[in-house]
Each structure stands twice: as structure tokens, then as C-alpha cells.
Design a protein around this ligand. Structure first.
Ligand code: FES
Length: 164
């Protein structure tokens, strides 16, 4: 039996080993190494992807539970010839140092900007339901994505630029 996933608008039938994480399926089975493995325990955000449009830590998702779901990875955002607005902003603002966390940061920021334009989900407190975020508010919303190089100010500058 197989699990069917739509990843970056392409359909895949993958092994539905009940122990396999979505992160390992993406990287090892589908050859999409842009999604990074950091902690493998839901702590760092390096493995962030969009699952039906919502940001999730793919290391905490079991592939077999996502039959029929739509996944977007960093490979599905922009292209080498045409970067997304966020990717361009990260380049312009040096929103990285070693770059390992960057795919997760960009996927998380992509979802965050969509949350703002669509109306924030209920778990976000009322004082954060604003269209333009302060630096502190953005830091809170991006707190699930760690950067061991501590490039946080540049990452937030890049996101702010892309949201203008
Ligand atoms: Fe998934 Fe760190 S690798 S949160």
C-alpha cells in the first residue's frame, strides 16, 4: 500500500512505512534535500514545510498520516531564474550566515506573511492581529525557527522588506 502526496504540485506515491517521517520521505525518498534536518525533534524549525498551506515541522509528521495532502518545500518556492520576493529579500539583506536554517526560515516566513494577509489563526493573541508587525512581534511569530549563527536581525529585516 502507498501514500499519495502532492509535493510542489507534483504527485508522488511513496512507501507508507508508519515510522517514516515526512522529512525523511522528502529528503531521502523524493530527492528534495532543500528541507533540512537539524534537531529531528521539533525544536529548531530547519525542517519547516507547508502542509496544506500551514507551516509544520516535517520531522514531527508521519508520512503515512498525510495521504492526499499537499506539501510545499523550499524547492517549490521560486526558481533559480526567478526567486520569490522573500528569497530576493534574504539575498539583499544577507538574511543568513551559514545558510543551514534558511530554507526553514523562508518557508516559515512565507506562511507567516500569508497568515497576516488572511487573518492570523486563533492561537495568535489579539495584540498580534495586526497587518504590519513590529520587530518584536515578528520575532515572536518566527520564534520556532532557530539560527545558530544568530542572524535574527537580518532575517527580520529581510522579511519586513518582503512584506512591504
Ligand atoms: Fe525538525 Fe528541528 S529538524 S524541528
Amino acid at each position: 500500500m502507498k501514500t499519495t502526496l502532492t509535493v510542489n504540485a507534483r504527485e508522488y506515491d511513496v512507501d507508507n512505512d508508519p515510522r517514516r517521517t515526512l522529512l525523511d520521505t522528502l529528503r531521502d525518498d523524493l530527492g528534495l534535500p532543500g528541507t533540512k534536518k537539524g534537531c529531528d525533534h521539533g525544536q529548531c524549525g530547519a525542517c519547516t514545510v507547508l502542509l496544506n498551506g500551514e507551516r509544520v515541522n516535517s520531522c514531527l509528521c508521519l508520512t503515512a498520516m498525510h495521504d492526499g495532502d499537499e506539501i510545499t518545500t523550499i524547492e517549490g518556492i521560486g526558481s533559480p531564474d526567478k526567486l520569490s520576493a522573500l528569497q530576493e529579500a534574504f539575498v539583499k539583506h544577507d538574511g543568513y550566515q551559514c545558510g543551514y536554517c534558511t530554507p526553514g526560515q523562508i518557508m516559515s516566513a512565507t506562511a507567516m506573511l500569508k497568515e497576516i494577509s488572511d487573518g492570523a489563526p486563533s492561537y495568535v493573541s489579539d495584540d498580534l492581529q495586526t497587518a504590519s508587525l513590529s520587530d518584536a512581534e515578528m520575532a515572536e511569530r518566527m520564534s520556532g525557527n532557530l539560527c545558530r549563527c544568530s542572524a535574527y536581525p537580518l532575517i527580520r529585516e529581510a522579511i519586513a522588506m518582503a512584506s512591504e
